[in-house]
Design a protein around this ligand. Structure first.
Ligand code: T6T
Length: 323
């Protein structure tokens, strides 16, 4: 348990179960994140904490690499078990994961998406309506915040570069979109290069960023849109000996990003709240099982924006991903 809102919601969940016809022992949840990384590891801690608080069972399966090819067979295997009634998952592609998740639903398993969404993410009015909820960041807004932070760090002018993971992933796509929008509308003296896609491979992100640094000696900043993009970008800047000259904005608050901030390489870290995403998703499954029909179809979990001035403040530091 990490904050008051999750505690209140846990009590609510317990209360709901105590008044419902379904018991906690009847609820079995599959948790299928995107890949092995500190963000999803913290999310798993949230899932497990809620499962313990609410007395439900969770089965976690984590794909070794990012993508539909890795995630779909694991999803199919979770469905084939025949004993799950909910799956909490981060779809690795907003279109290609629709059919496999629809198949899970057809097999009687209800779906909650965390971190990433299907379709346009508007489960109330959009084309994809079957998931109970999307619980995650407002990534377009996160991209805007990142753009303003990077623009400030480089003095409002120069060339910047986006390094990202894959196309068609709702999370990073939103970040790229918000970032590009702000640069275009608010910073006419900043030129944006990229995105390059590293397929969620930190070494590839470092190679790509290194190449951009070589080809653009005037490069002033990099936006790394997730753990591996930002980690690779930061390492490339360090390897080129350009720490402090090329500013990096890192999406995701890993220990590595915070360390790079200490070295003056990363100027801003945007922490998501994966623990809350996982915790709340379990609460939603339990509430749904108890017959609650008014669950919000979209919940934005918010950010903590960490920089060198607040990184030591426990109110901010508690959002660094600790695994
Ligand atoms: O940035 C997170 C997540 O939000 C994104 O969807 C995929 O990458 C991460 O897991 C970080 O590696």
């Amino acid at each position: 348990m990490r904050n008051a809102s999750t505690m209140t919601a846990a009590l609510l969940g317990t209360l709901l179960l105590s008044t419902a016809t379904v018991s906690a022992a009847d609820i079995k949840i599959g948790f299928l994140p995107g890949v092995v990384d500190p963000f999803y590891q913290v999310m798993q801690l949230g899932v497990e904490a809620a499962a313990k608080d609410l007395g439900v069972e969770v089965v976690t399966q984590v794909p070794p690499t990012w993508g539909v090819e890795a995630q779909t067979p694991i999803l199919d295997a979770l469905v084939a078990r025949g004993d799950l009634n909910y799956i909490i998952t981060a779809p690795t592609d907003k279109d290609q994961m629709v059919a496999p998740l629809q198949a899970a639903l057809d097999a009687g398993i209800k779906i909650i998406t965390v971190d990433t969404f299907l379709g346009d993410g508007d489960y109330a009015n959009g084309p994809i309506k079957f998931p109970i909820s999307y619980i995650g960041s407002d990534n377009v807004e996160g991209g805007r915040i990142s753009a303003r932070g990077l623009a400030k760090a480089i003095g409002g002018k120069g060339t910047v570069y986006i390094n990202s993971t894959n196309p068609n992933v709702s999370s990073v796509e939103g970040r790229e979109q918000g970032f590009a929008e702000v640069m275009k509308n608010e910073f006419p003296d900043i030129k944006v290069l990229g995105p390059d896609y590293n397929l969620d491979d930190q070494n590839k992100a470092a190679q790509q960023t290194g190449a951009v640094i070589e080809q653009n000696p005037d490069l002033a900043g990099v936006f790394g849109t997730n753990v591996f993009s930002a980690g690779g970008a930061g390492n490339a800047v360090v390897n080129a000996g350009l720490g402090g000259h090329v500013q990096v904005v890192a999406y995701d608050a890993t220990a590595e990003a915070i360390e790079l901030m200490g070295k003056g390489v990363v100027s801003l870290v945007l922490a998501q709240k994966p623990f809350d995403m996982g915790y709340m998703a379990v609460q939603f499954a339990v509430a749904d099982a108890a017959g609650v029909t008014s669950l919000p179809r979209r919940v934005e979990t918010g950010f903590a924006i960490i920089d060198k001035d607040n990184v030591a403040d426990p109110e901010y530091a508690r959002f660094i991903y600790k695994v």
